[in-house]
Structures are given as C-alpha cells and as structure tokens.
Design a protein around this ligand. Structure first.
Ligand SMILES: C[S@@+](CC[C@H](N)C(=O)[O-])C[C@H]1O[C@@H](n2cnc3c(N)ncnc32)[C@H](O)[C@@H]1O
Length: 187
C-alpha cells in the first residue's frame, strides 16, 4: 500500500496540513462525487487532492471537454501527482487553495461548476478557512456545488454561513468515518 505509507509519513511531518493518516476510501470518493452531473459539468476545482483518490475518479467521470484544476500545497504530494497523472484535462497546481480567486482572475475563464474539497478545515486558523470558503463561494456559478468532507460536524455552522443550501451525508466505510457536506451557491 504505497499510498497509505506516503500519507502516514506526511501526516507525522505536517499533521495540520495533511489532516488524515491515510487516503480516503473508494466509498467516500463515491459519496463525494454522487451529486455531480458530469454531463453538464465543464469546470471542476479540487482542493487538497493528496495522493489523488478523488482526482482519479473525477477524471474517469468527466467529459472530454471538461477541465479539472487541482490545488495541492504539499510539495511531495504535488510532485507525485505530476508524475502519476498525465491526462491533458487536468492542471495540477502547487498552490494554496486560498489563492483560488487570484488564479481564476489571471486565467480569465468562466465560473466554476463544482469544487471538491478535502481540506482539513478544522485544523486551519479561522482567518484561513474563512478566506478559502469566501474564495470558493465567489468562484462558483449560481447553483454550483461546493462538496467538502470532514471527520466531524464542527464545520457545519461555518459552511452554512457561506452556503444557505446544504445537506450532510455520512459514510462509516472510511478511516476515520466521514461526513460529506454538499453545499450549493444560491445567491
Ligand atoms: C485530508 S487530506 C485529503 C487527501 C485526499 N483528497 C484524500 O481524500 O485522500 C488533505 C489534503 O489537503 C492538502 N492541503 C492542506 N492545506 C492546503 C491548502 N491550503 N491548499 C491546498 N491543499 C492543501 C494537504 O496537503 C492534503 O493533501
């Protein structure tokens, strides 16, 4: 299980940034993506791909003319993703999620349909999580989705302050068990 070993190594080095001891399960990946209509989704952003569990699933499902931007701050995960994933529909960025809007403005493309986030929000200082969620909300089109997993319900109030439309799902088949927040931009 090289992915699990890599993850654990980074977890011990940078607990707050990595936020998990092992990659997410395929069951969590399926729950994260089940509300996305890939037929109509053209611009997808992934925040915190780690070893790429969700990235690979998104690439399997997305259309040929869709584009996926992934933001990974950890240099080793970033490097390994660049080596593993060569699909021309994905752009892998060694960038913090908080620079999302600056990146979008520089590249002048339309609004984002879906943001899939694995960021360990509860480990971040309040100013950082607020600025990331504001950037994500600004980047999305109306009715666009922000999908986030967390290991607790601690982020519920914060997410609801940005996204009035929200539902919460859960899977026990993950280590640790995880909550999936599905948020929609309505205004
Ligand atoms: C809990 S791990 C999830 C990894 C993977 N998506 C999974 O589910 O197995 C969180 C990931 O977010 C990345 N990360 C943390 N802070 C970040 C930031 N500000 N911008 C982009 N990525 C960040 C970490 O390096 C790590 O890869």
């Amino acid at each position: 299980m090289p992915n699990r070993k890599t993850f654990l190594t980074h977890f011990w080095k940078e607990k707050k940034m990595v936020g998990a001891m092992s990659p997410s399960s395929k069951y969590l990946a399926a729950k994260m993506l089940e509300s996305i209509d890939f037929k109509t989704t053209k611009i997808i952003i992934e925040l915190g791909p780690g070893t790429g569990v969700f990235t690979k699933r998104i690439l399997e499902k997305m259309q040929d003319d869709a584009i996926l931007y992934v933001f990974e701050l950890n240099p080793s995960f970033y490097q390994s993703l660049c080596e593993k994933i060569t699909d021309s529909r994905v752009k892998i960025l060694h960038e913090s999620a908080e620079n999302l809007n600056q990146f979008l403005a520089e590249h002048e493309f339309g609004q984002v349909d879906v943001i899939v986030s694995s960021l360990p929000l509860s480990n971040f200082p309040n100013a950082l999580r607020t600025s990331i969620l504001q950037a994500a909300h600004d980047a999305l089109r109306i009715n666009g989705q922000y999908i986030q997993f967390q290991y607790s319900l601690q982020s519920k109030k914060l997410l609801r302050s940005f996204f009035k439309e929200m539902s919460i799902d859960f899977t026990a088949i993950n280590f640790p068990p995880a909550f999936v927040y599905r948020c929609q931009k309505i205004e």
